[in-house]
Design a protein around this ligand. Structure first.
Ligand code: FNR
Length: 354
């Protein structure tokens, strides 16, 4: 069950946002089965708490790609946050910094990435391989120059999933908004530019090495739902993967991430060589969800819509509320489970028949 604070933001956001903007953020693809199943799948696990473990102080600190972070609850890349609040990405970046959360900025941000970087604490940059490879390269080089510490290559979006619910009130993203981070690199008419900025459906695993070479940054692949894919990405040079079905917005009936995570973790751990980093997102709505994800072997989780609803209802302060609610609930859940630190969370906390 979602935390009360998150439920309140979700309800309030539906009231304050224009109908088309609300649908843009809330919707999933197809029959929205993947969207609906995501939170319920976390609730399928049962926990085996430890007793009498001195949890007077619970330390949420951990490391991601070798860098310390205050806690393992980050912000997922979400496009067009300007549709949720005038402060958009700037408010989210500042809120993430304020609450010690990793921030992953979207290629489809409604704010120039250099301005986001100026507000952000540690941040990563999400990339699509676009049809115009030169454009992709320029963008990635800018992200690296602006201080992104990693790239998150989204691999599940060769085409954008069809959102049937959006239907009649489908929001039209104007070219200026679509191209806010890209227009300066384009010549020619706006139509041509926009086509070049669409995702390239011919992209392959080769993109991982290409992006790493261009930027000098670690690359994680987002959208992985299978162990063999995770290994293929790591073999191609990825530093890690994000287990994700894009918040139920790409292939409908894609397996819930809560159920795909164990297979991915097992494959990554069995692969010889340095262990890849594994993040997960999709339907994470409480500290207990995060605890389950970490017990399954994730290094961190990302939140998508809870951040959007916080932003829509309260700008930066609303996002801080969402992030700290989940962070504090994680600390509470860890204490009740007998884990005083993230390093004490392991698979033994999960019931075998979960
Ligand atoms: C997304 N997501 C996404 N992912 C990505 O890699 N690049 C993007 O630009 C976007 N844009 C985007 C827009 C909207 C409106 C949503 C809801 C989601 C997917 C996102 O990063 C994440 O995978 C999911 O949102 C996680 O699921 P929850 O937390 O929203 O359930």
């Amino acid at each position: 069950m979602a935390l009360t604070a998150l439920e309140k933001h979700e309800r309030d956001a539906a009231a304050v946002l224009a109908a088309d903007a609300h649908e843009f953020f809330a919707s999933g693809s197809g029959d929205e089965q993947a969207l609906a199943e995501a939170p319920a799948a976390w609730a399928r696990y049962r926990l085996r708490p430890r007793v009498l473990r001195d949890v007077g102080t619970v330390d949420l600190g951990t490391t991601l790609l070798g860098a310390p972070v205050a806690h393992p609850v980050g912000v997922a890349p979400v496009g067009y946050l300007g549709l949720a609040h005038p402060d958009g990405e700037l408010a989210v970046a500042a809120a993430a910094r304020e609450s010690g959360a990793l921030y992953v900025a979207s290629t489809r941000a409604s704010t120039p990435l250099e301005d986001i970087a100026a507000e952000a604490g540690p941040w990563w940059f999400q990339v699509y391989v676009m049809r115009n490879r030169d454009l992709t390269a320029r963008l990635v080089e800018r992200a690296a120059a602006a201080g992104a510490r990693a790239l998150v290559l989204t691999g599940d979006t060769p085409y954008v999933g069809i959102k049937r619910r959006v239907g009649k009130q489908r929001i039209a993203i104007p070219d200026e908004a679509f191209l806010v981070n890209l227009a300066r690199h384009l010549t020619g008419d706006p139509g041509e530019g926009r086509a070049g900025a669409e995702q390239d459906p011919t992209a392959t695993l080769d993109a991982i090495g290409w992006l790493a070479g261009l930027s000098g940054l670690p690359v994680l692949v987002k959208g992985v739902l299978r162990g063999d894919d995770a290994v293929a990405c790591l073999d191609a040079g990825a530093a890690g993967v994000v287990v994700s079905n894009h918040g139920g917005r790409q292939l409908d009936r894609a397996v819930p991430t809560a159920l795909a995570l164990a297979e991915v973790v097992r494959a990554v751990r069995e692969r010889p060589g340095p262990r890849g980093t594994v993040l997960v997102d999709g339907g994470v709505r409480s500290g207990v969800d995060v605890l389950v994800a970490l017990a399954l072997g994730a290094d961190a989780v990302l939140l998508g819509r809870p951040v959007v609803w916080g932003l829509a209802t309260g700008g930066q302060a609303g996002v801080v509320e969402s992030l700290t609610a989940v962070r504090d609930d994680l600390a509470h859940a860890m204490a009740l489970a007998g884990a005083a630190g993230v390093g004490e969370i392991d698979g033994s906390l999960l019931a075998a028949d979960a």
